[in-house]
Design a protein around this ligand. Structure first.
Ligand SMILES: CCCCCCCC(=O)SCCNC(=O)CCNC(=O)[C@H](O)C(C)(C)COP(=O)(O)OP(=O)(O)OC[C@H]1O[C@@H](n2cnc3c(N)ncnc32)[C@H](O)[C@@H]1OP(=O)(O)O
Length: 196
């Protein structure tokens, strides 16, 4: 069995799978936004039961699953808000994120827990790319400067600030136009040989 720190093996992505993963995100948004009546609930429940049956037929282990391994924004990991990267150097990544309805906390604001989830993934990816050896999140700090709105294209900056021995320090921001919504920072520690 491969270790966590091994580079993922290239996987064959079946035609249409990336689109299916995107549909799954939409499904979660639509489900969150819906107030179905009893008939609609019964129909939707039957369809989801069918979907579960189909997908369960190809259940596999962590090393062979497709979710999280696609070369597309969000990597097909439908739990995580997708970071659409527009420019990237070894030390800075810029792009956008749009938190769909599934990430609603209340009154149009993104759920406070979705934001660290986003940064853990965006920092984690950046801390582990550009030929860097693998590191895990040791800590993550988030300052909610202003309300982050759902269903809005937001600008994201992620920076690889510095490296001290095994410690990698990352910072990031989310902007809604000229308004700073979030500042975040994270410490990633390079794994000791044999650590999982
Ligand atoms: C492709 C997209 C991938 C996305 C991946 C996202 C990344 C993740 O979410 S990983 C999952 C979440 N993280 C975890 O589960 C990590 C759990 N924790 C651990 O495994 C360990 O505590 C780990 C690896 C972070 C550090 O352990 P270890 O390697 O033994 O570190 P250790 O030798 O004690 O410390 C190394 C240095 O880091 C510092 N350090 C360790 N933890 C912390 C912390 N929480 N806060 C501050 N400093 C810390 C130590 O003080 C030490 O500093 P110095 O070298 O100056 O003395």
């Amino acid at each position: 069995m491969p270790n966590w720190w091994d580079k993922p093996a290239p996987v064959v992505i079946p035609e249409g799978y990336a689109e299916f993963a995107e549909q799954f995100r939409i499904l979660q948004d639509v489900m969150t936004a819906a107030a179905p009546d009893a008939d609609q609930t019964r129909t939707a429940s039957q369809l989801v039961a069918e979907l579960i049956d189909v997908l369960a037929q190809s259940a596999t282990d962590e090393w062979s699953q497709l979710s999280g391994r696609l070369p597309v924004p969000g990597r097909g990991q439908t739990l995580v808000p997708a970071f659409h990267i527009e420019t990237e150097t070894e030390t800075e990544s810029r792009g956008t994120v749009r938190f769909g309805r599934q990430f609603l906390g209340g009154n149009g604001a993104v759920h406070g827990g979705a934001i660290p989830l986003f940064f853990d993934d965006a920092f984690g990816r950046f801390a582990n790319t550009h030929d860097r050896t693998l590191a895990r999140t040791a800590n993550l700090h988030v300052d909610y400067r202003n309300v982050t709105p759902i269903d809005t294209d937001l600008a994201v900056i992620v920076r690889f600030d510095r490296e001290e021995g095994r410690k990698r320090y990352l910072t990031g921001e989310i902007w809604n136009g000229e308004c700073l919504c979030v500042e975040a920072s994270g410490l990633f520690v390079v794994l000791k040989p044999g650590a999982a």
